[in-house]
Ligand binder design. Sequence first.
Ligand SMILES: Nc1ncnc2c1ncn2[C@@H]1O[C@H](COP(=O)(O)OP(=O)(O)OP(=O)(O)O)[C@@H](O)[C@H]1O
Ligand SMILES: [Mg+2]
Length: 454
Amino acid sequence: MCLRIALRAPLMLICSMVMCLLINAKLSMIFLAAIVVLAAAVALIMSKAMKIFSHVFHRYDDLNASVQENISAIRVVKAFVREDYENEKFSKAATRLYELFVSAEKLQALNLPVMMFIVYGCIIAISWFGARFIVAGSMTTGNLTSLFTYVMTVFSSLMMLSMIFVMMTMSAASGKRIAEVLEEKADITDPSKPLDRVKDGSIDFDHVTFSYRQGSGEETLSGIDLHIRSGEIIGIIGGTGCGKSSLVSLISRLYDVTSGSVKVGGEDVRNYDLETLRDQVAVVLQKNVLFSGTVLDNLRWGKKIGSTEEYREACCLACADEFIEHLPKGYDAWVERGGANFSGGQKQRLCIARALLKHPKALILDDSTSAVDTATDAKIREALQTVIPGTTKIIIAQRISSVQDADRILVLDNGRVSGFDTHENLLKTNTIYQEIYEAQTKGGGDFDHEQASE
Ligand SMILES: Nc1ncnc2c1ncn2[C@@H]1O[C@H](COP(=O)(O)OP(=O)(O)OP(=O)(O)O)[C@@H](O)[C@H]1O
Ligand SMILES: [Mg+2]
């Protein structure tokens, strides 16, 4: 509609003006003056209204954020009895939006009366002076009538032009926001000549420093120097926020190091094709995410086309088969958005199965069995050890029992390596490890220890 009017209105405007000038150039001066006044008035109103419209879009963000947050975290809102507060928050955002819209529309509403005032003022003036011309005999009544028609056409074309001007400026404001997202450049890109094969599952960290905000000086990881052989089982333990998840996210190149280098299979991760690297380094993230679809659809994330037997085997390894087979529809059971109809432990096990289906050279489990009972946890670890011995396994855990059988255990403290050795050696030499061990075996962790040694 805009395009059509944008083409037609200026044409009508110019032709009508020419016709007016041809009929009576002196009378036409009246409406030319009126047009200038009108244009100035409309421009003033529009510029004020547009300023408000640009704020409106940001208010929409607040409103959407409030709705999205409340819907996705509805359980938390209910658990903390925050409905009233959240309602009020939403109302406030909605009211602010309403007020802005009303004030912008109020300004816009002025447009029409201003325009009408000028148009009819102009018509009266033309009638007045036109009558004189007719009496003097320099113009016919017919000429005056057609002049009126052309003048009205000029003004209606102007009105349409101002309308599409508003539409276009509003669209431009929206377009700019969309372009911002589309034009965002990814920090992590494929190299020009990517490697498409990962030799083995060895992982090396050479003097790695990493910070989430480059140049801020806050280092999340510093001075990390690790060499992990292919097929080794590595446990990582350390306090919350010490950088465990950050460390492993560098291996599958979810982030790039600030300095130093991370190597997989002897090659810098930045030299690999991202898809190849991420296929060969499977990560089960700390925050498990399932997608809406069937259980099988979710497993297909790991392997697109596979036999039922393969999917079943992976689930068996991850101890997920027990509960899937108890579901009325088994592997065709429906998973709600975000896996809302599965328990935390069930989700974790499905995510492990999904990662195993990739047959990766390195498997990273980031606190992936935290919601699984200790006996099942031990069963999963044992299965991983015996069934995929060639795969490098990195297991992040809070429980010592989950990592004590690993070949080596990395103790992280505040982004630095505090120790990297076997369970026995660490118990002798590393104070942090000793403290964690004591706390878990003497206190409530007794249960864990007994379970593991059974
Ligand atoms: N996306 C991010 N942007 C900025 N800082 C981050 C981000 N993720 C983590 N951090 C910071 O980096 C530090 C290390 O976080 P990380 O998630 O690696 O800890 P963690 O050892 O895995 O902890 P947890 O045991 O709780 O999982 C924390 O201080 C955290 O605030
Ligand atoms: Mg973590």
